[in-house]
Unconditional design. Sequence first.
Length: 310
Amino acid sequence: MLCALAMLSTAQAQSTAAALQVVLGTATPGGGFPAYGEALAAAIHEADPTLTITLRTTKGSTENLVLLKEGKLDLALVQGEYAYDALAEQAADGPKPTIVAPVDTTPGLFVVPASSPIRSVSDLRGRSVALGTRASGLTVMGRTVLKGSGIDPDRDIAPILLDRAGDGPPLVLEGKAAALWGGSVGWPGFKTMADAPGGARFFGPASEAVAAILSLRPSLRRLTVPAGAFKGQDAAIETVGSWSFVMGKPGLDAAIVARLLRALDRGRATLARLYAQGGESDPRNLPSATRVEWLHPATVDYLREVGSIP
């Protein structure tokens, strides 16, 4: 009886809430951010039918930060490298973009056809490598992994920069690139490669290079891709990566953030079902993922409410 009353109360609260629409910037087609954005919009709307997330295709993290600062987006997905740099460089005074919610950890990996002789980062010397789009934080991460592994990404390989994230897998499958760099277990490019005839092989940097890689960028951390994350992947893969975030424009209304976080919390199970790493989009992950002072004030209030920070 009490459960039924609680459900009725929740339904009544949702039905009386004002309809709200927010615009979320994602990235180029075929990448992880558009896939995550679609899953997030569906999960949020299921949890709060009066809250609608409208997705806008962008060039990726760099453009998202510009559009946020200009107030042309309410929210945007920003990869860890760009988020960390932008937040660390912001002036102390005046409104600025803030972190609203976590997306997921983004373990970076190279992928090649299973028949390829390439088995490690060192084998990439002299090869053409699709590193990602020009505006993607994943591309920055890939260049960092190469540098920390002793490979100059401009001289020791032939780097290929993409117009759209989805252009990468065909280049490898057609033999126009020897390898593809990407990130996140839910990244569509990885699934395309794993499902291709003959399968694919995934690998991260050599274990002895990880310390050097981490020293180059404070946003990076050690991550493990569990066995079975991809078709045909029998063993866990040790690599590096960083968190990505949902960021809000300067001065984003605290009521919008609070409502979004409550819907995200209620919709986490749906998000995890729709997106491979969606379970990591738990607001409670933020204190260990980033600095509290970079969070939206309403996010801080919510984390205090749920007991995640004092």
